[in-house]
Design a protein around this ligand. Structure first.
Ligand code: AR6
Length: 172
């Protein structure tokens, strides 16, 4: 129950939905996006082509195809431009809109990667603070979603999310 933080590869998670740190085309890319498309197979790209892209901070849901996860929720996080272009609010929206779609689809378990902290260069500690706060706030009133897992791909990312979770628990 609640929020868990783990080291892992999100493409291996047998959960109801995994979230993809996509770009606005929704047609794939590098990083976790590339890994998800490779693992899910060509049919994921075919479904994505029908979606007409997605604005930053919004989210769209597809099937999981060859992934162990039932659904993929695609959200383009913000590119970091220094913090004065609404990046924080857009990152919060990416998490909140992804969780809303998971809830609407009746998901119980949802796994997130660290949105925007790779190619999009969002500073890790700030991003982790926003992610943890948005997820914990959502879980207080969620009906369907019971467990959210932050899947960190490396130890530095894991440490940032663990710090953010401890800080949030200390202040609540
Ligand atoms: N499982 C979990 N996390 C992963 C995995 C994995 N298999 N692979 C990478 N990560 P990034 P962004 C981590 O760059 O910053 C793409 O080209 C990675 O170590 O994937 O939101 C899209 O198409 C990092 O901590 O996403 C967009 O154009 C985190 O996932 C752009 O990159 C996010 O890194 C999106 O950039």
């Amino acid at each position: 129950m609640g929020l868990q933080i783990e080291l892992g590869d999100i493409t291996t998670y047998r959960v109801d939905a995994i979230v993809n740190a996509a770009n606005r085309t929704l047609l794939g890319g590098g990083g976790v996006d590339g890994a998800i498309h490779r693992a899910a197979g060509q049919k994921l790209l075919e479904e994505c082509k029908t979606l007409g892209g997605c604005e930053t901070g919004e989210a769209k849901i597809t099937g999981g195809y060859r992934l162990p996860a039932k659904y993929v929720i695609h959200t383009p996080g913000p590119i970091w431009y220094g913090g004065s272009r609404g990046e924080a609010e857009k990152l919060r929206s990416s998490y909140a809109n992804s969780l809303r779609l998971a809830e609407e689809a009746g998901c119980k378990t949802v796994a997130f990667p660290s949105i925007s902290t790779g190619v999009f260069h969002y500073p890790q500690d700030e991003a982790a603070g926003i992610a943890v706060h948005t997820i914990l706030t959502f879980l207080k009133t969620a009906k369907s979603v019971q467990r959210v897992i932050m899947v960190c791909f490396d130890r530095k990312t894991l440490a940032a999310y663990e710090r953010a979770l401890h800080a949030a628990q200390a202040s609540s």
